[in-house]
Design a protein. Structure first.
Length: 287
């Protein structure tokens, strides 16, 4: 198996070694469920846990904290919505990765997904007959302003439960969030560069080729969003910090990809052609 020496987390210190527990820090609507399906395949024969899994008995923070230190150290993967800092409960080496997404595209994805899925957001949209433009300007959308940076800054636990009521954005958070990315995250992928990101993860963690099919995609989301330049500008102004963090992560990722060299770039191009696992299965069945 291909492996790399990684910068890792061990308690609160950084050192060199092989990462033994991988943390997928899932930020909502950044292709996280597709990533989760890839991870389940990569770690199917290894011990892992999922927070907020959409099943009848999700693994909770109480369950995680009830594990002994030895049991936590045996985990090869921890994934889901979580506060940053769970590596402090591990004595063994740990490594984080996450994805960020263009802020407008992320919230538009949430809107179109909520149109199809019953829940509080769906009810709010239906009650007020909201268009996407209405949704972006709504009080609810305002509560999600600069959401990605606030997730990176979130460390809260309350009674052994993750706190999702994130603090309002403050100007100091941007530089702190950049430092957290540099200090804690081996890779921050970009949803718009998903294939490049997962191939970098594949190389870094020694995975098998991560063929996949998209999961939880908002099928009604149009390629061109039905919003005006005024709508976009108002949203951009409110989410300036998220855009800056996204751009920071995008530049960081592109530099990492560039440093991988031409052989890696060729591998990514080949992967883009044959990435659909359903296509691979179909071709295999015909041979």
């Amino acid at each position: 198996m291909e492996t790399n020496l990684l910068r890792i987390e061990k308690g609160d210190t950084e050192t060199e070694g092989l990462a033994t527990t991988v943390f997928f820090f899932h930020i909502h609507k950044t292709a996280g469920l597709t990533m989760r399906s890839i991870l389940k395949n990569q770690y199917r024969n290894k011990p892992y846990i999922i927070f907020n899994a959409d099943n009848k008995s999700p693994f909770t923070m109480n369950d995680y904290l009830a594990l002994s230190e030895a049991e936590r150290s045996k985990l090869k993967l921890v994934m889901g919505h979580m506060p940053l800092g769970l590596h402090r409960y591990h004595r063994n080496p740990c490594a984080y990765f996450a994805f960020l997404r263009n802020p407008l595209d992320r919230l538009a994805s949430l809107y179109y997904y909520s149109l199809q899925k019953q829940g509080p957001i769906h009810d709010e949209i239906e009650k007020y007959k909201m268009t996407l433009a209405d949704f972006l300007a709504s009080d609810f959308a305002h509560t999600l302003d600069n959401f990605q940076i606030r997730m990176i800054m979130n460390e809260k636990l309350l009674d052994n439960t993750i706190v999702y009521e994130l603090d309002p954005y403050e100007s100091w958070m941007l530089e702190s969030a950049k430092k957290r990315i540099e200090n804690h995250f081996l890779i921050v992928g970009i949803t718009e560069l998903f294939d490049e990101s997962i191939m970098l993860l594949h190389h870094t963690f020694g995975w098998s080729t991560p063929f996949y099919s998209k999961v939880n995609v908002s099928s009604s989301k149009p390629e061109v969003l039905p919003v005006t330049m005024s709508d976009i500008q108002a949203f951009t102004d409110r989410n300036e910090a998220d855009y800056k963090l996204y751009e920071f992560a995008l530049v960081r990722l592109k530099l990492q990809l560039l440093m991988m060299g031409e052989d890696f770039a060729q591998a990514v191009r080949a992967f883009k052609i044959f990435k659909d696992s359903n296509l691979i299965a179909s071709l295999s069945a015909k041979t």
